[in-house]
Design a protein around this ligand. Structure first.
Ligand code: GCO
Ligand code: MG
Length: 441
């Protein structure tokens, strides 16, 4: 196409906008292919492990070509479904699925108000699906399109906990014996509903929305250093140990705890503060060398950019779908590389197997990969999501199939409907001090 034909096709004169549709048609004609279009956007809610998962399927005008993405915000699953079905779908039908960045940017600003958990998850579901489609069209696994492997497999960590030091140590040793080199350790505070443990969960005869869980931070902050003292004596010095404060204590106590844990050489200490308290990171950094991980609750770039650019954290822990998916996360990984912040993407049970696959593809290509939180998929999940990432000797492996390399059996997914009554696990809004004061869960 010469310049005159291009200008004619663009219908360009003066300040007129480029005739995008004409240009796209000319481009497809030149390629001899019909322009690829998004023909449907489906939201699948399923719970093969009892956790509400939200997955998006984007279908295209090419027969059999579709992509999958994770939009799992388990505490508000139905709201994300509405955001996709009623708002994103009509916005995307007929558009070009290969325009991943433009789709992300236009969907992001299309609500005018933005940077929130629901809309970011909705965008993520579509975004990951478009990357999956791109890989399938290229007949390449996504990690090859993202720059290729810089490692053969992805080192992972697992969750160990107990209601006593001995129980926690036994759980840690169980994973060590299975070949894991990184284990997160949590212990229940007697009489307190402690994060990451199977402690008391409130009076089951009380209606779910009024079932309070009692939590007292001071006892926890005194107990945890003693747990790690016990673990170092029982599991040894060579195992990497991690711990999650889960934003459950007053910031100054988190600083105290980070200092008290220094002798036990943690791989990282997670979520010392709530996102609302990121102003405390400078104080934390000034007082301790315990490596810090933060980010699963982040939705907005302004929450993590200063922490990375001022080197106030060592690991970025975002939940990919909470920041809008792969398009955003791969940029975050690239930026973090220059500030020596390593990745440790959020990867518990309320990330779908599709989201886990996306985590692992990013982990395979990021020079600044740190560690990947992992979970074992039960039989139901493996059947509903053929191609789940596989755990072997403490490493995650993805298939070499094109795209994300994972699929979804919609019929089987329908056999594991999510619970709508209650619509979410209401303990998230019911963790309280003894005097009844609500605390961040
Ligand atoms: C983790 C997280 C999770 C969250 C959960 C919220 O480090 O894995 O803290 O356990 O609490 O994903 O829904
Ligand atoms: Mg956490």
């Amino acid at each position: 196409m010469n310049r005159r034909q291009w200008l004619a096709a663009a219908g360009l004169a003066g300040s007129q906008m480029l005739n995008v549709r004409a240009l796209q048609a000319a481009q497809s004609a030149e390629r001899g292919t019909a322009p690829l279009k998004i023909t449907d956007v489906r939201t699948i809610l399923t719970a093969p492990a009892g956790i509400r998962l939200v997955v998006v399927k984007v279908l295209t005008s090419e027969a059999g070509l579709y992509g999958l993405g994770c939009a799992t915000f388990t505490q508000r699953a139905r709201v994300v479904e509405t955001a996709i079905d009623r708002f994103l779908k009509p916005f995307l039908i007929g558009k070009d699925p290969t325009r991943i960045e433009d789709t992300w940017q236009s969907a992001f600003v299309s609500s005018y108000w933005r940077n929130g958990p629901v809309l970011n998850n909705a965008i993520s579901g579509v975004d990951m699906a478009l990357w999956d489609i791109l890989g399938k069209r290229a007949k390449l696994p996504l990690y090859e399109l993202l720059g290729g492997k810089v490692r053969e497999a992805v080192e992972t960590y697992r969750h160990a906990s107990g209601s006593s030091f001995e129980e926690a140590a036994a759980a840690v040793l169980k994973y060590k014996d299975q070949g894991y080199r990184y284990v997160r350790a949590q212990v229940a505070v007697p009489g307190s509903a402690t994060y990451g443990t199977s402690g008391p969960r409130g009076d089951q005869s009380t209606p779910a929305n009024q079932r309070t869980q009692v939590w007292e931070p001071a006892a926890y902050v005194r107990l945890v250093p003693r747990l790690f003292e016990h673990l170092r004596k029982t599991v040894g010095e060579d195992l990497e140990l991690l711990h999650d404060i889960h934003e459950r204590v007053p910031p100054i106590l988190a600083i105290q705890l980070a200092k008290d844990l220094e002798p036990y050489r943690l791989f990282f200490l997670e979520d010392p503060f709530a996102p609302e308290d990121i102003g405390y990171f400078r104080h934390l950094r000034a007082q301790t060398s315990t490596p810090i991980a933060m980010g699963e609750l982040f939705n907005n770039t302004n929450e993590w950019l200063p922490l990375v650019s001022e080197r106030l954290i060592d690991f970025i822990r975002v939940h990919l779908s909470q920041v809008g998916g792969l398009t955003m996360a791969r940029k975050m990984a690239a930026l973090c590389e220059f500030f020596r912040v390593r990745t440790a993407w959020h990867g518990p049970g309320d990330v779908s197997p599709v989201g886990h696959a996306a985590n692992v593809h990013l982990d395979l290509v990021a020079p600044n990969f740190g560690i990947q939180e992992a979970k074992e998929f039960n039989q139901g999940e493996q059947d509903v999501f053929p191609g789940c990432p596989v755990l072997r000797d403490g490493y995650y492996h993805v298939t070499d199939k094109p795209g994300l390399g994972i699929d979804l059996d919609e019929k089987l997914a329908a056999r594991f409907p999510i619970r709508d009554d209650p619509s979410f696990d209401m303990f998230w809004g019911n963790v309280r001090r003894r005097d009844g004061t609500i605390v961040t869960p």
